[in-house]
Design a protein around this ligand. Structure first.
Ligand code: SER
Length: 449
């Protein structure tokens, strides 16, 4: 099944269960100051859950564009190093606004995964919330019972976990609740964790067991003081990671081996003259392909690289991608050219990137050009300093050097940290912050003269 067919089959299935299909909201939230980027399908329905907006449909489904690079949900560090985290991804979701609840959400997810998409039942696991005393939320026995009643999942494949894994919240405040996740065991050959103490298991931190779908039972609102308040009605908010589903259904080991990514990787290969391979170059291919998607969709939806807030997040992403371009020996702007293959893959589902293609390319190219002027010299300086540190058998890259890279060469701190980490070093962040503060004071004195 092609990725476009899979997306459609999700929507068709939910339509058959009485859901109204809506378009994805933009990745730049329209009226939610608590978020820099849309980080989940439920964001656009937050006010409905809180009872602050009227509903026109009790059941809704969509494929939502999400970006997870800041705040509570941030997958940036994993991107490229593993094969199943992304800064930008699509989330297939269905919602019930005070209508159906756990029983139907569980039964339909199981039906779609096992009857329609034919995933092997014996490889699937369901997790439920074990409860939390501090929040005064009980164990979710109701969900566990529905798994037993509505499905033929192996009873010993229903597992309970704590707040970190099975209580979902979009941010520090807002609608939230216990959740039940569906994971798949892809087999021991997928384990990518080389810690000798590692044991493959659900939520165990390797690519063997991966989460496919999260069914959230929205029952509370968390306020600014951290207190939970039960909502007047109970809702369902589900989210399935589309790229992972495509990988599992297309029987690919990596999300990047699916038809969502291969045209982009092929174009990177054409432009760089290098094959997509293992090792650092493979990481660079994946990071560039991933970051291209986040940048393009964010720019299409109105964000623009800059020095603050949302704009700085985009600038950081672009600078990371540009630096990984150097790993592939690309010294001229080239990321903007990849819009061509991205539009091929995603243009039908998201026409905004077709309509704004020229504009997106111009913005990316301008950023690549401006960072390109200082990037090579910055890398040289970083290499010298890192060599000095390693030669003196130290493990910390000095904060004042990280500051110079930031201030003079435009290296965001997280880029220097990433480069340091590749050499087994950490960056003295406190020292970096001290230099930043000194600079702030210098510039405010200069302004007050
Ligand atoms: N909100 C949940 C998540 O993002 C399910 O959609 O995982």
């Amino acid at each position: 099944m092609k990725s476009s067919e899979l997306r459609q089959s999700f929507l068709d299935f939910l339509k058959g269960k009485g859901h109204h299909i809506v378009p994805s909201a933009p990745v730049v939230p329209q009226d939610d100051p608590t978020l820099l980027f849309t980080n989940a399908g439920m964001n656009q329905f937050k006010d409905i859950f809180l009872g602050a907006r009227q509903i026109t449909h009790l059941r809704v489904a969509d494929s939502q564009k999400c970006i997870r690079v800041s705040g509570k949900h941030n997958d940036l560090e994993e991107v490229g190093r593993d094969t199943y985290h992304h800064t930008f991804f699509e989330m297939l979701g269905n919602w019930s606004f005070g209508d159906y609840f756990k029983k139907e959400a569980i039964a339909w997810a199981w039906e779609l995964l096992t009857e329609v998409w034919k995933l092997p039942k014996e490889k699937l696991y369901a997790t439920i919330f074990e409860g939390d005393q501090a929040d005064n939320v009980p164990r979710d026995d109701e969900a566990a019972d529905e798994w037993k009643r509505q499905t033929d999942i192996q009873p010993d494949h229903i597992l309970a976990f704590g707040k970190k894994d099975n209580f979902w919240e979009m941010g520090e405040t807002g609608p939230c609740g216990p959740c039940s996740e569906i994971h798949i065991d892809r087999g021991p050959e997928f384990c990518d964790n080389d810690d000798p103490a590692h044991v493959c298991q659900v939520n165990g931190g390797c690519a063997r067991y991966i989460e496919l779908w999260n069914l959230v039972f929205i029952q509370y609102n968390r306020d600014e003081t951290g207190a939970l308040h039960p909502l007047p009605a109970s809702h369902v908010d589900t989210g399935a990671g589309f790229e992972r589903l495509v990988a599992v259904i297309q029987k690919k080991a990596s999300n990047y081996d699916t038809d969502l990514f291969t045209p982009i990787l092929t174009q990177i290969s054409d432009l760089t003259g290098k094959p997509y391979s293992d090792g650092e170059e493979g990481v660079a291919f994946r990071v560039i392909a991933d970051h291209l998607r986040a940048l393009s969709f964010a720019i299409a939806d109105g964000a623009i690289p800059g020095n603050e807030g949302r704009g700085y997040v985009l600038r950081r992403i672009l600078r990371r991608a540009a630096r990984f371009g150097r790993v592939l020996e690309m010294h001229e702007p080239f990321i903007y050219k990849l819009l061509h293959s991205l539009v091929q893959v995603m243009g039908d589902a998201y026409p905004e990137i077709v309509q704004r293609k020229e504009y997106i390319a111009r913005v990316i190219r301008a950023e690549e050009e401006s960072f390109g002027r200082t990037l090579d010299r910055g890398i040289e300086i970083f290499e010298q300093k890192a060599a000095d540190v390693l030669q003196s058998s130290e493990t910390v890259f000095p904060g004042d050097d990280a500051f110079v890279l930031h201030d003079t060469f435009g290296f965001p701190l997280d880029l220097t940290q990433l480069m340091a980490e590749e050499k087994g070093l950490t960056v003295d962040v406190a020292g970096f912050n001290t230099e930043m503060e000194k600079q702030r004071q210098r510039s405010s004195r200069a302004h007050s003269v």
